[in-house]
Design a protein around this ligand. Structure first.
Ligand SMILES: OC[C@@H]1[C@@H](O)[C@H](O)[C@@H](O)c2[nH]c(CCc3ccccc3)c[n+]21
Length: 486
């Protein structure tokens, strides 16, 4: 019997760039991701798909329809986004804020008083702000929970021009998170949004998966993320500015809100394939995976010296989990193993024999249970599953994926993990970054031509679970792979 608490939240997450555009007038053409996916060289070499976000599911206009579907599926919570580039198509550098730095030049405080909010209102797109208010109010008006995340990857072109960074280097182009000014500009953006929208928000998140932004942007040029500029030094710089940007945005939101402020992070489960490398893999978790949140929770991390101004800036933790990373010892080195986790065979099977998604990601629910137990022990913070889902256009595995990962959450909660809800990625198909519309994560299929929505069978499984807040006995078998693969 898998019965969740009666106040456990079921829902889904969305992000602006991936969901909003689709009908004329909804385009946001002046962001780094926009120019990146429209660049003919990126398309010609296959770095990006050639699909375009302006042909997406059109949530900007069709949000009432999606909220109707979400409500019909028993959903009571949404984690949504807001596009920095929509609100501020022009630079905010000249707007005053009170900035304090320590002796090393670290930004230890950014105060954004009401006078600065007035200045920001003069250059903001206030019609876009009004439309976001309409979208959020439509969901809240149904008596539902809304979590607003401030940053989910695109940056305004005035702050980051990825094609120029790749061609000319970060010293001769708007360099995004490599530019120390990004910390202060993000804090101004955070204060402005909190000032104007806090009445519609039940919980705040500053950013989604900062680790993916700096890892894929600066160390995985083949991954199709902007600026595709290979530099471990740049990765470090972006990481440090994102850590500071989170902490300064946390403080800025708190200026205008008494709600909880958290962060949404790209987790995985670094998983030893053999007993005798457990210690090495634990060290990898600490050094690689946990260090960002360590920095903004404990105020220090394995690779970051103690800083009071970073400590205690996480009220809750958004856990995005999709699959594991398996490790083995090869020639004396403990290394990630191809063929498992995110490097499985697209639409095939992992070396473990487990089925993989259309994206080639191994289905490995055990990793979520182990991760949640480890995070609970480490941080003892309230958590939400803010993303969990599968690229599965044929809906072959999504019901199995859903039930097996919900069982993992349930087991972790039994062990004491304080998980408040499960937000699926995602309700509808959407624009999957460099993969465009080739990867379909929706419980609901979207015909990107007609924008019509169609329920996939797994949406009905979701509905049965969410409405009853339990995995009914007659659906428990779905987590059993034998049933699935015959
Ligand atoms: O790939 C599915 C989703 C994206 O659509 C979301 O925008 C993003 O938050 C998100 N993160 C992850 C896991 C980490 C990851 C990111 C990018 C590429 C591969 C894995 C999967 N997803």
């Amino acid at each position: 019997m898998y019965k969740f608490p009666k106040d456990f939240l079921f829902g889904y997450s969305w992000s602006g760039f991936q969901f909003e555009m689709g009908l004329p007038g909804s385009e946001v053409p002046n962001s780094d991701w926009w120019v990146w996916v429209h660049d003919i060289e990126n398309i010609a070499v296959g770095l990006v798909s050639g699909d375009l976000p302006e042909n997406g599911p059109a949530y900007w206009d069709l949000y009432k329809k999606d909220h109707d579907i979400a409500e019909s599926l028993g959903m009571d919570a949404i984690r949504g986004g807001i596009e920095w580039t929509r609100l501020f198509p022009r630079p905010t550098f000249d707007v005053k804020a009170h900035v304090e730095r320590d002796e090393k030049g670290n930004v230890v405080s950014v105060e954004v008083p009401e006078s600065s909010i007035r200045e920001l209102e003069k250059i903001a797109d206030m019609k876009a702000l009004e439309h976001y208010r309409e979208i959020y109010a439509d969901w809240k008006g149904r008596g539902k929970t809304f979590i607003l995340n401030l940053y989910h990857w695109p940056l305004p072109l005035w702050l980051h021009d990825p094609l120029k960074v790749r061609k000319l280097g970060p010293d001769r182009a708007p360099a995004g998170w490599l530019d120390d000014r990004s910390v202060v500009e993000f804090a101004k953006f955070a204060a402005f949004v909190a000032y104007h929208l806090d009445d519609l928000v039940d919980g705040w998140s500053t950013m989604n998966e900062p680790n993916v932004v700096y890892q894929n942007g600066y160390t995985r040029p083949a991954g199709g993320f902007p600026p595709g500029y290979l530099s471990f030094e740049a990765e470090r710089k972006a990481k440090m500015n994102l850590i500071q940007a989170h902490a300064r945005a946390y403080d800025a939101i708190k200026e205008y809100s008494d709600k909880e402020v958290g962060i949404i992070y790209a987790y995985t489960w670094p998983d030893p394939l053999r007993e005798d490398i457990e210690d090495e893999v634990r060290a990898i978790r600490e050094r690689e995976l946990y260090s960002f949140v360590d920095a903004v929770h404990f105020g220090k991390a394995a690779d970051i010296e103690e800083r009071e101004d970073l400590k205690g800036r996480v009220d809750w933790l958004g856990v995005n989990y999709y699959s594991r990373i398996a490790f083995d010892r090869v020639n004396g080195h403990v290394l990630p193993m191809p063929g498992y986790g995110f490097s499985g065979e697209r639409g095939g099977h992992a070396r473990s024999g487990r089925p993989c998604s259309d994206f080639g990601w191994e289905i490995y629910p055990e990793g979520l249970e182990k991760l949640l137990r480890d995070l609970a022990k480490r941080y003892n913070l309230p958590m939400m599953i803010t993303e969990n889902g599968i690229a599965d256009a044929a809906d072959r595995y999504r019901s199995h994926y859903l039930v097996s990962h919900l069982k993992a959450v349930y087991e972790a909660m039994k062990e004491g993990a304080d998980v408040r809800g499960y937000l699926h990625w995602s309700l509808t198909d959407n624009y999957e970054w460099a993969q465009g519309f080739r990867m379909r994560f929706g419980l609901v299929y979207v015909d990107m031509e007609t924008k019509k929505r169609y329920l996939r069978p797994s949406a009905l499984v979701f509905r049965e679970i969410a409405t009853g807040k339990e995995i009914p006995e007659e659906l428990e078998h779905l987590s059993n792979l034998d049933f699935l693969v015959g």
